[in-house]
Design a protein around this ligand. Sequence first.
Ligand code: ATR
Length: 261
Amino acid sequence: LMHNIALRDLNLNYVYVAFDILPENLKKALDGIRVLNIKGINVTIPHKRKIINYLDQVDPIAKKIGAVNTIKNENGFLIGKNTDAIGAKLAIKDAHFKIKGKKVLILGAGGASRAIAFSLASECKSITIANRTLEKAIQLVDDLSQITEVVAKCIEFKSNIIEEVLESVDLLVNTTPIGMYPKIDDSPLPKRVLRKDLFVFDVIYNPYVTKLLHYADEMGCKTLNGLDMLVNQGSVSFEWWTGVKPKKNLMKEILKRALKK
Ligand code: ATR
């Protein structure tokens, strides 16, 4: 929806469509893109990590993150980038949260978590990763510690442990799908663990206001949903593929309207 409206607005003769690809067909799908001369693609769950193995070139930041969400096809040569990272950082900055020197807690250790953690690591003071599968959090913390200067640690995904850490945290980011449509009454954390001076960023955009963000609102926290990150990553990808900057407001408005329906 957002790409097609931006393409029409700029009178560009492209169309953006969705394909459902099974994991075992990933390599074949990329070969198809090469021979059909599709200009570029986005990649989403569950292919963002595996796809790196099949690309001809991967941008150094995407390599660090270990996930690619955007691919450009240059005459059959496929280049991968990660625009989620820049998209998230821009969204947080646009929401007037100053990252510099702040303590961050991220729930989840998948592709989105890795992109956000690496994008914040150059400015924030510390990052704590809470994940259901502790090994994945340990891996992310190891990677962050090796590549960046940030103080990184991990904890188990348990309310009482998270509650303790939250006492000294400035920014809470949810990258798990808990609370995503259709399970909109779920929340990764209970309301009582939130504090007024927390900034709460939920990367989910459907529903527009998740249960976690409702709780955060009720507690007086500043909040941000995943829509700006979605639009920002899309806008950066769009410009890379076409060489033209799309109108972000137009992209955001059409999504907002669709999501609020
Ligand atoms: P994305 O690309 O959106 O980050 P992902 O890579 O599949 O998606 O990562 C999803 C994250 O949400 C993972 O950290 C996952 O935890 P596990 O590593 O234990 O799988 C986390 N997650 C998903 N469902 C969850 C649940 N019900 N409770 C807690 N964490 C959950």
